[in-house]
Design a protein around this ligand. Structure first.
Ligand code: TYD
Length: 196
């Protein structure tokens, strides 16, 4: 399962809450993230977020896909093979929204390259946490890294991209403006049918 959303949507809190809920049901859960779910990924993440020279959009995409390839190979596939649930903070939908739409690389082309990088592995469920950029800023998500410095217009493009992609792919869109418990309950409503 994958949780998605823009900056300040509360994804990491919800990933932790969902993993805890699944563990409470006695399930084996691997909680992970992109970029940065492996040791290679942590180095790539530092470059992606904090490299202070120019970074072309295609170069950015390739760094993200290198992170994805390593993450799928080293973390996700072994976990699935032993029967664990994998809860990932971001996956291919992030690349479609950020690089495909917001960075203008094209959703179809990005989808093809991401599928290749991931060895064709698709999530069982993608949930998009939707929050207005103003709420995200109020939650303190601004200015710390390359993406957070990209500006409100970029954030608005990312949000619109997620909403369009969610509609197109049938991904549930959860209103993330509520309290963490309210959002967690709504996330669980979508996950529960898959794990019963
Ligand atoms: P993340 O750690 O989830 O940041 P935040 O909690 O601030 O949302 O992700 C780091 C950044 O990486 C985020 O700004 C979005 C970006 N990103 C992409 O642009 N494309 C991708 O494919 C992924 C996985 C992340």
């Amino acid at each position: 399962m994958v949780l998605e959303g823009g900056e300040g949507s509360g994804k990491s809190t919800q990933v932790a809450a969902l993993a805890a809920r699944l563990r409470a049901d006695g399930r084996d859960v691997v909680e992970t993230l992109e970029p940065g779910g492996t040791s290679l990924g942590r180095e790539l993440r530092a470059l992606l977020l904090h490299h202070d020279g120019p970074l072309d959009a295609r170069a950015e995409l390739l760094l993200l896909l290198a992170d994805r390839a390593q993450h799928v190979h080293e973390v996700v596939e072994p976990a699935l093979a032993r029967g664990a649930d994998v809860v990932s903070d971001r996956y291919t939908p992030s690349t479609l929204a950020y690089q495909g739409v917001a960075r203008d690389l094209g959703v179809d082309e990005v989808a093809r390259s991401s599928r290749w990088a991931a060895g064709g592995l698709e999530p069982d469920l993608v949930i998009v946490l939707d929050v207005a950029p103003e709420t995200a800023v109020a939650r303190g998500a601004s200015g710390r890294d390359r993406f957070e410095r990209a500006g409100v217009e970029f954030d608005a493009r990312v949000r619109a991209a997620y909403r369009d992609l969610a509609r197109e792919h049938g991904w549930p869109l959860v209103d993330a403006s509520g309290s963490p418990d309210e959002v967690a309950a709504e996330v669980w409503r979508h996950v529960a049918p898959l794990v019963r």
